[in-house]
Each structure stands twice: as C-alpha cells, then as structure tokens.
Design a protein around this ligand. Sequence first.
Ligand code: T4K
Length: 393
Amino acid sequence: MSRPAILGGAVPQTVLPISQPTLPDYDRYASALSEIFESRQLTNDRWVARLEETAAGYLGVPEVVALGNATSGLILVAKLLGLSGKVMLPSFTFPATLHALLWNGIEPVLVDCDPESFNIDPIDAARRWSPGVSGIFPVYIFGNAPDWDGIEQLRSSRGLKALSDAAHALGTRVGDKMAGSFAEAEVFSLAPTKVTVSGEGGLVATRDASLARELRIARNYGNPGDYDCLFAGLNARQSELHALLGVFSLEQTETHIARRDAIVRRYRSGLAGVPGVRFQRIAENCRSTHNYFAVRIEALAFGLTNAELRSALEADQIRTKIYFYPPLHRQSRFRHLPGLEGSYPNTDRVCAEVLCLPLYSHMRDGEVDRVVEAVRSLQSEAPQVRAALKGKS
Ligand code: T4K
C-alpha cells in the first residue's frame, strides 16, 4: 500500500477525475459534422429527429422530444402537465429539480429519502401529502430507480400526476421496463457528466402524443409555426451538432453501462470489509446506469468524515464530489420557503456521509484499484490523516 500524500507520500502525477464523458470516434463524428456544415441547417433538423427516433426505440416509448438540456425539459413538462398548487419532490436531489417547480410558481413539498437507496421514500411522501398536492416528482438518484410500486400506490389513491427527473437514468431498467415509461413524462440529461452525452442536451420520454406535440412547440418559444404563440415558451432547442453527438453516443450506451457495472463490482469487492464504508442499495430487479458511484462513509467506524476523506483523496490527486450537498432544505436562498422548512433526518444523514468516487465508462481497472487502495490506506491511518488535515487548515 503506498503512503497517502497527506502523510508525506509521493503525489501521483496523474489526476483521476470524478467524471469524464466517454466520446464516440472523432473521425466518424467529424465526417458527419461536415455534412451539417454543408447543409447549413444547424438546429431542429434531421439529426434532432434521428436522436428522438433512436431514443424512442431504445426506451420503448412512442415519443421522445429532444431539448437543449434537462432543466428546460423539467420546466416545460411541469408547465404542460398543468401541475399547480403543491408538488412533492425529494430533498436529496440536484437543485434543478426544485428550480423546475419554482419557475412554474408551484409550491414544493419536500420528502425525505430512503437512507439505503437514497431515493424518495413513498411512506414519508404519504405522511407529507395534503389536499393541495397535485403531483409527485421522483428522481432516479445516481441512476437508481425510485420505488415505483410505492409511488404508484400513492399516485392512484391521491389522484396525483407524476413526472420524473431521470437526468441520471438513460438506460436504467426495472425488470424489463426501461426508465422513461413509468411517469406521465420522464426527463433525461445528456450533459457531459452523464453516461450518454450530446455536449449539452435533454430528452423527454412520454406516451402522450399531445404532450410531445406541445413540447415541440414549447421548445421553440411556444410558436406553432405562425408566430402567434400559444403560450410563453422557451428557446430550449437541441442543435444539430449536439444531436449528432447524442446519436453516436446513444449507440454506445449499453456498452458503457456494462463497463460501469463491472467497475462498480470491482469497487464493491475492493472496498468490501473496510470499516464504515457502505454502498447504495440497488433493488435486485433494477439495472442502474451507475451514473455516479456513491459510498456512505460512517465517520465513527471509518475514522474520518466524508469531507475529510474527500480532502485527503484530493491530496492523492483523486477528485470526488459530495453530491447532493447542500440538500434542498438547506439551500440558503430557498430553505425558508413554506414547503422546505420541515426536518429530513435521513437526507441529513446521507448528506453527512455520501461521497461520489471517480467513475467514467473508460475508467481502467488499475484506476479503480488506485482509488480503492487510497481509501483503504487512508482508513487504516485515519487518526494520523485527521491530525495532518487539521495541521493544514
Ligand atoms: N436533475 C439532476 C438530478 C441532475 O443531476 C441534473 C444535472 C439535472 C437535473 C439538470 O440536467 P442538465 O440541465 O444539466 O441537463 C454537473 C452537471 O453540470 C449537471 O448536468 C449534473 N446534473 C450535475 C450532477 O453535475 P457540476 O458543476 O457538479 O459538474 P462539473 O461541471 O464540475 O463537472 C464534474 C467533472 O466532470 C469535472 O470535474 C470534469 C468532468 N467534466 C465536466 C464537464 C462539464 C468533463 O470531463 N467534461 C466536461 O465538459 O454539475
């Protein structure tokens, strides 16, 4: 085991990023790009249509609408589904989930997470339900599917609409059903830190043809074609250059997920038995995309907090992130909103322990082993590491 840099060991030459896009073959991309240049049609044309068709085929849904990013998809779907009053969402998520509701003047009602799966807890959602709630907005945390059976019970008994934030979940499967067909609309991200990328991009999957039609109008200012706008839309268009990258990237999604699965298995076996290290629970019938590999660091048993481990790994040139901190109920500008003021003990605990370790589809076994070895050696010398970190601050 090499000595940690924080304790005076050698600083490695190479940096391991938390995340990196795995890109398709450049020459093939460049050659197709030259056709786009020749056509001079840079947005909303055949590559956007092809991305939508290919994604719809892959997901097994009738309609997919491509957008400039997932955030605009979430904003537009919340609007077009006619959500109003209050909508329930998890506190443990990326801020964009909340922003989609705030842009629509909807009151968020936060729900605690399940501490093992990190996903919205349907039992807590039932507790926090009140008559003004019109919808539920689960998130596939790190690619792990939420408990759709539990959500469905609440949804049907309370007459709720559901949209999902599936930003991490293009390729997640529950049994033989792909993410994309569980809610009225599910929104995927194709941003650079995702498994499937288009530079920036988003995809909305839905079975509702009229919602898809309205979304295509909404992404173009709400203009149905005659400039007599039907409603206030956005410019949320996908460009042809991005869509092209998305089409080629989507061809590799299954290969990338299989590789990520192997990486996660290697991580789990390498870290097995390290005191205080716990893994996200993924239901047996769920195939996660493993968009991120999150561990929980129980400080008492491990000897360091998640933040201390993060700083010590940083010295070893290993980049990590504490996603999602701060959770929504601790965001300084939003925490005083009425629906955010409750207590969310599981979310607080997960946030105090979670750490996302490097994971990208082209990550080599040796790189996984380097992270495992660093975590193991930092744990075995935790008191000295803590003292060294204190000395530096
Ligand atoms: N819902 C959820 C649950 C989400 O997680 C997100 C976004 C959304 C909705 C909204 O989706 P979009 O509207 O973005 O489509 C990143 C991403 O910007 C964001 O898309 C993502 N989730 C979030 C979890 O992560 P940062 O600021 O934490 O990541 P950043 O830019 O520091 O990148 C992390 C690492 O990735 C870098 O250290 C290096 C690598 N990287 C990054 C970029 C941008 C690359 O290698 N190449 C790149 O081009 O936000």
